[in-house]
Design a protein around this ligand. Structure first.
Ligand SMILES: [Fe+2]
Ligand SMILES: [Fe+2]
Length: 268
């Protein structure tokens, strides 16, 4: 049996709103109950996990500090350390100040993070474009790619895990591809330099489960903490009548393998 290195839970797109009854034009229920069910399911897992990775859209257009205070109060119920990258619905300075509790001199234009857990290197990238500028797609700045390039070129044998909000590769469905990471190919080409140790790229944003494998790199999305979609290959729009209920990916790294188990939680 291959030795276990790390177990983490990948969650995404909790879209917490100040108003507990907030609904959008896309869905007729609020995020509050599904997110609560998601947290309870993670806390009730029958094994200890090392951390939770949240790949963004933490809050839903958080216009005031209170939005992030409420999001913090809710997500603090998770009994494991949680690492975040922001999504297109997050306001990144406010996310750092009011959600993560950073002081004003710690706030960065881009909130990228790198840390190690049990000998595994984890990198999380901030791909947001402010929503008032460019819609829902994402972008990585040249400096961010340079930073990642250095990590990927390094003489380093630690397994590597990457988290990001947007889908780096096109999913061959027009409505999703309009909101992808605009320079995802640049990200993929950078990651190829660390292919020998890269265990997976984990992302959110699309509110559905897709696995893409390209040139030996695996990209896994997580469903949302709020509502779900389902998009078939080449479909012009999402399918109707999709099963709701939040979910997460349970990810286990061993010395030889990467296991990704999508878990769904009934909505009723
Ligand atoms: Fe989202
Ligand atoms: Fe998003």
């Amino acid at each position: 049996m291959s030795k276990r290195l790390l177990t983490f839970v990948h969650i995404s797109d909790t879209h917490i709103h100040l108003d507990p009854d907030y609904v959008s034009e896309h869905i007729n229920f609020s995020s509050r109950i599904p997110v609560q069910k998601l947290i309870e399911a993670v806390n009730a897992l029958p094994m200890a996990i090392d951390f939770v990775m949240h790949t963004g859209d933490v809050a839903h257009y958080p216009e005031t500090a209170e939005h992030y205070h409420v999001a913090r109060e809710i997500l603090q119920q998770i009994r494991y350390p949680v690492y975040y990258c922001p999504g297109n619905h997050d306001f990144v300075p406010q996310f750092q100040e009011h959600f993560l509790g950073k002081s004003s001199d710690e706030i960065r234009i881009r909130y990228d993070t790198e840390f190690e857990c049990n000998g595994v290197q984890i990198v999380m990238m901030d791909s947001h474009i402010p929503p008032d500028i460019e819609g829902h797609s994402g972008y990585l700045m040249a400096q961010q790619l340079d930073w990642l390039d250095e990590i990927c070129r390094a003489d380093d044998n630690r397994p590597l895990v990457v988290g990001i909000h947007h889908h780096p590769l096109l999913l061959e469905a027009p409505w999703l591809d309009r909101i992808s990471l605009k320079n995802g190919i640049a990200l993929h080409n950078t990651l190829l330099k660390a292919k020998h140790r890269l265990r997976g790229v984990f992302y959110g944003h699309i509110h559905e489960n897709v696995i893409t494998v390209r040139e030996g790199i695996s990209y896994y999305s997580a469903v949302s903490g709020w509502f779900q979609t389902q998009t078939w290959y080449a479909a012009e729009e999402p399918a109707a009548g999709v099963m709701q209920g939040p979910g997460f990916n349970l990810v286990t790294l061993t010395e030889t393998d990467t296991f990704v188990r999508p878990v769904r939680i009934p909505s009723a």
